[in-house]
Design a protein around this ligand. Sequence first.
Ligand code: CMC
Length: 428
Amino acid sequence: MSHTASLTLDGTSFELPVVVGSEDEKAIDITKLRDQTEYITLDSGFKNSGATKSAITFLDGEQGILRYRGYPIEQLAAKSSFIEVAYLLIYGALPTLDQLNTFSNAITRHTLIHEDMKRFYEAYPAKAHPMGVVASITCSLSTFYPDSMAPNPTWEQVDLTIIRLIAKFSTIAAWAYKNSVGHPAMYPKNNLNYVENFMHMMFAMPTEDYEVDPVIANALDKLLILHADHEQNCSTSTVRMVGSSQANLYASTSAGICALWGPLHGGANQAVIEMLEEIQNDGGNVKKFIDKAKDKNDNFRLMGFGHRVYKNFDPRASIIKTACDQMLNKLGIKDPMLDIAKQLEEAALNDSYFVERKLYPNVDFYSGIIYRAMGIPTDMFTVMFALGRLPGWIAQWKEMIENKEPISRPRQIYTGATMREYVNIADR
Ligand code: CMC
């Protein structure tokens, strides 16, 4: 097979290297094109551009395949734990029992956040969206741990920053919720595992005993695994891009949280429930909303449907749908939103508009229904996504540093005014 591609521009031919990945993915390397010609390549929204070579996550959108470090998502969701998956993503291999215990214990020991940071929460308005709170407090960690800001940190420093970030993020997230409902912050408990501890900080009250429900803890652990990485998506690309300027891990992650917030990305899980509520309040006419989504004069989109990469099915959505049914059954919960969601899914899957455009339910379509059943409020859903995605962001940031990748700096085609003379204000 040829390992070059040829490109003819204005009658001159250029040979461009072809890069082949371990799963036979192919790319034309245009890095040197600029040295030889004055052309750049244009690909708005990076729909067909590779930003990096990465050994972390493999995704085949046509076949609905997702693997972390080679391991199928289905096996990890069924057999692993979120903390084990975090280790796998960040360090590249499944941990031994000793490695897992060391990693997990270190995270447990760093869950407290500096007492001064507690005061930050008091300053936010009561109705502050928790994503805004979580993003800014995550960035503020850099001010408490200035060693994280060294542009060329030692690997020991990087490892400590990683542990601190994973550990403190769950506390930061849970306290954002407590603050939003005016409840006292609950301190972490070291006898609980990561997910149990998060649930304790979210749901326990100083006034009464709280026991973690194992059905909910297992479902949450699985959800976090499913969200843990998704190669070069919007928020991950943001983390890598911000990190490429040698910004520290806390700042880079905070930027990723902001990118995740939007309703076309992680914010879709909140938007899905709001859409289902809107359909319910409107009388449950699913067809009306399908028609709205198809109407090009209407901005309404079916939230939780469609994906930039998956054009067959989203394997995470399939696992979540089953987990959702199982959890609601085990807890004996009947949620009318689930019925509307199923009607909507069926109607869309049988509608040529959605079939032709290969629009299937994505990870966010059913996750909100599970979060609701867990007692998590709607505006915390995207924070839950961030909690899950954190190890992926860290792994991708670390890989970018290890690969010594250059600062990200795209080019553009300028379409503005050509040179013109300044006009004094009196003459305009
Ligand atoms: N409802 C109705 N039409 C849609 C939808 C939708 N949810 N998604 C895409 N389309 C149409 C779109 O109008 C376009 O139609 P046409 O070809 O006639 O102009 C066509 O499908 C292709 O859409 P696109 O916007 O060019 O596709 P994209 O790859 O740029 O966008 C997406 C992908 C996920 C942003 C989009 O499908 C969407 O807005 N979905 C709803 C939001 C959502 O659920 N986001 C969560 C994604 S999964 C979680 C994550 O990893 O972020």
